[in-house]
Design a binder for this molecule. Structure first.
Ligand SMILES: [Zn+2]
Length: 388
């Protein structure tokens, strides 16, 4: 027999689909999420009944519902930002599908969270601890998780576990956070005329040596834990007849095991110094860092999420290592996962689409998982907690 709250989750589905379209049609590139944030804040306000509702200084929207003491306190995050530029593009509806930029990543995530918030406020399920609903900024690209990091820092004493929501991830449950480090590696020299000053050090030649020196450090593509290194961008020089005074490359390093990224970085630093030698200084500037971490399959949070799938006709989920807002809390040692609302494909392209039929299961799944987690005794839920 479904409870009144569970019936409300089922009834919320058409409204969640309409909300997804509205959110998607408000542009929200990373660092320019404010218009979408204001809209989401207004939606929380019309739902009403919050103990706290605000937009913080980085434009995260936060709505807090105080619950019963002793029950687990949950931080929910759905990111507002997209990888797309600041222009409105319409969502196209076709049979069983919505196509639009960021429609699943993450308009549906935000809309699903609002749908669950509305059902919780209307039916006030019993025995639930505090729930912090957050629509956050800065998940994509150079945003470097700044919104989720800020929430984890500001509310570190106010939550026991975090659940991140990503529209596409209905059948995937994140249990590992891929740790990543991004660096800009640069060399500068005096430069000069290629004929008149010939013999002076050339920054491009020195940087080329540095890149070649990375080769022996490249992790085995088949190795475990999976660890990767990539030179993604290179630039420098002035003209064909100028000794290059500067050259830069951008390096991305990732691993399922955070210690491997740190070790790789130490090796890269040493290799860069040796390769360039005394002819110039090599500068390494950090341009991004995402913490890594793991939640065990036996952790009460993961068991609760799995139990919430029961009876909804959902397939066995895949457990995965990802790079989402969940990384911010996993890296800080909190039991954390990332779950979703439907299936789709082509995220981060203008062709992105989602299936609408699975949202019928996705909203009840999300709503049940959140309430079940928030009903656990705090001490039980925190058992999955690790030291950062
Ligand atoms: Zn996303």
């Amino acid at each position: 027999m479904p409870t009144a709250y569970e019936r409300a989750l089922e009834r919320a589905v058409p409204a969640v689909i309409e909300e997804t379209v509205r959110i998607c049609e408000i542009p929200a590139p990373t660092f320019r999420e404010r218009t979408r944030a204001n809209y989401v804040r207004d939606r929380f306000e019309s739902i009403g009944g919050w103990d706290h509702l605000a937009i913080d200084s980085v434009s995260n929207v936060i709505a807090i519902r105080r619950g019963v003491p002793g029950a687990a306190r949950i931080l929910l995050c759905a990111h507002l930002d997209t990888v797309f530029p600041d222009a409105t593009t319409p969502v196209v509806r076709s049979r069983g599908k919505l196509t639009g930029r960021g429609v699943g990543d993450n308009s549906l995530g935000v809309a699903g969270m609002l749908g669950v918030a509305e059902a919780i406020q209307a039916h006030r399920p019993s025995g639930v601890g505090d729930i912090i609903f957050a629509a956050n900024v800065g998940e994509e690209g150079r945003g470097d998780l700044r919104g989720a990091r800020r929430l984890v820092k500001d509310y570190a004493r106010d939550f026991d576990a975090m659940i991140a929501i990503e529209g596409h991830a209905l059948n995937r449950i994140q249990t590992h956070a891929v740790a990543s480090l991004r660096y800009e590696v640069s060399v500068e020299t005096d430069g000069g005329h290629s004929w008149g000053a010939y013999g002076r050090p050339n920054a491009i030649a020195l940087l080329a040596r540095a890149i070649v020196a990375l080769e022996p450090l490249m992790p085995d593509p088949k190795g475990t834990p999976k660890t990767t290194m990539n030179v993604g961008v290179i630039r420098g020089g002035r003209s064909v007849n100028t000794i290059a005074p500067d050259a830069v490359f951008e390096l991305d390093m990732r691993s399922v095991e955070p210690a491997y990224v740190d070790r790789l970085l130490a090796n890269v630093r040493a290799a860069m110094r040796v390769a360039v030698g005394s002819e110039a200084d090599v500068k390494m500037k950090r341009i991004g860092a995402r913490p890594g971490g793991t939640v065990s399959l036996d952790a009460p949070l993961i068991k609760t999420v799995l139990a919430a799938r029961k009876g909804l006709g959902l397939p066995e989920p895949e457990f995965y290592a990802g790079s989402t807002d969940a990384n911010a809390a996993l890296g800080a040692g909190f039991p954390t996962t990332c779950i979703g609302v439907t299936t789709g494909a082509e995220a981060h392209t203008p062709r992105e689409w989602i299936n609408t039929a699975p949202i019928k299961q996705g909203v009840p799944y999300l709503g049940r998982a959140i309430v079940a987690a928030a009903r656990m005794p705090r001490t039980d839920l925190r058992r999955g907690r690790r030291r950062a």
